[in-house]
Design a protein around this ligand. Structure first.
Ligand code: IMP
Ligand code: MG
Length: 182
C-alpha cells in the first residue's frame, strides 16, 4: 500500500465516527468492569496483536486492581463461506492462565471467527474465568454466534480505521475512529 502524497493519505479518512472524547468516556466504564472482577486472584489482560494495542494501553490505565498484561498473535485460515477454520498461534502468552481471571481485549468483532477459535484454545487452559471486552462490535457481519461480555461501541457495517485499527497497516495511530474511504 502506497500513497502518492500526504493529501491522498488524509483524503481517505472519510468521516470521524467516534471522537477521542467519546472513547475516553467509555473507557472509564470498561475499566470499572475489570476492577469489579478482582477477588484476590490476579487478573490478566490479553491483547491480540496488533489491532488492540492502543485500546489495551488506554484501558489498562483505568485499572486500579493488580493486573498483568499479555500478548498473543494469531494467523487464521478460513474457507470463505465456512465458519470454522484453523487458527495458528504465532506468539503465545508466557503466563500459565490457570491462575488468572483472563480478559481478552479486542479491537473489533467482525465475523467473530478468529476470536471464536482463540476462545476455544484458551478455555482448555482452564483460566479462573474468561471474558471478552471489545472496543467495537459490527454485529451485521457476524458468521459465528459470539457476543462480547462488554462492548464499548456498536457500529454499522463500515470499514473503520484508527485507534489501533488499520487499512494496509496505516492509520493505526489516528486518535479517533473513522470510516475509511474505499
Ligand atoms: P473476525 O471477527 O474473525 O472477522 O476478525 C476480526 C479482525 O478483522 C479484527 O481483529 C481486525 O483486525 C479485522 N477487521 C475487521 N473489521 C475491520 C475494520 O472495519 N477495520 C479494520 N480491521 C478490521
Ligand atoms: Mg484484531
Amino acid at each position: 500500500m502506497e500513497f502518492a502524497n500526504s493529501e491522498e493519505y488524509r483524503s481517505r479518512i472519510k468521516q470521524i465516527l467516534i471522537t477521542e472524547d467519546q472513547i475516553k468516556a467509555e473507557l472509564k466504564k470498561a475499566g470499572e468492569i475489570i476492577n469489579a472482577a478482582y477477588d484476590g486472584s490476579p487478573i490478566l489482560l490479553v491483547s491480540i496483536l496488533k489491532g488492540a494495542y492502543v485500546f489495551l494501553a488506554d484501558l489498562s490505565r483505568q485499572v486500579t486492581v493488580p493486573c498483568e498484561i499479555g500478548f498473543m498473535a494469531a494467523k487464521s485460515y478460513f474457507e470463505d463461506t465456512n465458519s470454522s477454520g484453523k487458527v495458528q498461534i504465532t506468539m503465545d502468552l508466557t503466563q500459565d492462565i490457570s491462575r488468572y481471571h483472563v480478559f481478552i481485549i479486542e479491537d473489533i468483532i467482525d465475523t467473530g471467527r478468529t476470536l471464536n477459535e482463540l476462545l476455544k484454545i484458551l478455555s482448555v487452559r482452564n483460566p479462573l474465568s474468561l471474558q471478552v471486552i471489545t472496543l467495537l462490535d459490527k454485529p451485521d457481519r457476524r458468521i459465528v454466534d459470539l457476543k462480547a461480555d462488554y462492548s464499548l461501541f456498536t457500529i454499522p457495517d463500515y470499514f473503520v480505521i484508527g485507534y489501533g485499527l488499520d487499512y494496509g497497516e496505516y492509520y493505526r495511530n489516528l486518535p479517533y475512529i473513522a470510516e475509511f474511504e474505499n
